[in-house]
Write a protein that binds this ligand. Structure first.
Ligand code: AP5
Length: 212
């Protein structure tokens, strides 16, 4: 099954994606992770997008659609789980075209709803593994050893864009440019909305219940 995880920054897309990937064997594709990897590797793409990521603005649709074309085409029968893409109506239309060419469909959209205040609290406490990208939170989802990833032993760091002023900008961008995608797909693709402010395990259970 092909799924899109949708929600504001910090709504738990990455957290739930990891669980859905493990349970359903889906290929987790996060545009944010791909872009941060390009920045870390100092590739041409990374150098072009570095300052955009740090500012909380969106990378252009052309760059994102070119990046995603091959990534989605390379996924086999296991199906994909998109996290952070599409992020504008232009990207959604581009994705629709790519999927039509590949004879693939979006199985469902999983929407995580979280209030703005909760997002700010979450993102300012988030820590991410530099190695396997697993996310933790300094209060509600703490690693067993401070600063060390439970999963792979990697170092946990704060993302450059998880600073208060950048978080606010990312939320504004989400409301203006990303939320309208829901209207693009409403009535066209099955859409399931969840209270993303429930505890992590509870959110996972609710998603699994609906997807079964
Ligand atoms: P991206 O990496 O996609 O970031 P995002 O959408 O802002 O989402 P986050 O990764 O911040 O949050 P999340 O929803 O995954 O939450 P998480 O699970 O980590 O994008 C970054 C940047 O890249 C963009 O700003 C843009 O510049 C660029 N970009 C990416 N894609 C693009 C595209 N398609 N087009 C253009 N530009 C693009 O959880 C957050 C925290 O909360 C964690 O600490 C976690 O432990 C905790 N938490 C999770 N669930 C719960 C829960 N239920 N209860 C309590 N705490 C929880």
């Amino acid at each position: 099954m092909n799924l899109i995880l949708f929600g504001p920054p910090g709504s738990g897309k990455g957290t739930q994606a990891e669980r859905l990937r493990e349970k359903r064997g889906l290929r987790h594709i996060s545009t944010g992770d791909l872009l941060r990897e390009a920045v870390a590797n100092e590739s041409d793409l990374g150098n072009r997008v570095k300052s955009i990521l740090a500012s909380g603005q969106l990378v252009s649709d052309d760059i994102i659609l070119a990046l995603m074309r091959d990534v989605i085409a390379a996924v086999g029968e296991e199906g994909w789980l998109l996290d952070g893409f599409p992020r504008t109506v232009g990207q959604a239309k581009g994705l629709d075209t790519q999927l039509a060419e590949l004879k693939q469909k979006i199985g469902a959209i999983v929407v995580l709803n979280v209030r703005r205040e909760a997002v700010i609290e979450r993102l300012s406490g988030r820590r991410t593994c530099t190695n396997c990208k697993t996310v933790f939170h300094v209060k509600v989802n703490r690693p067993r050893v401070e600063g060390v990833c439970d999963r792979c032993g990697g170092k946990l760091v704060q993302r450059d864009d998880d600073r208060p002023e950048t978080i606010a900008r990312r939320l504004d961008v989400y409301e203006a440019q990303t939320q309208p995608i829901l209207e693009h797909y409403r009535g066209v693709v099955p859409m399931h909305e969840f209270d993303g402010e429930q505890p992590v395990d509870e959110v996972t259970r609710s998603i699994e219940h609906v997807l079964q």
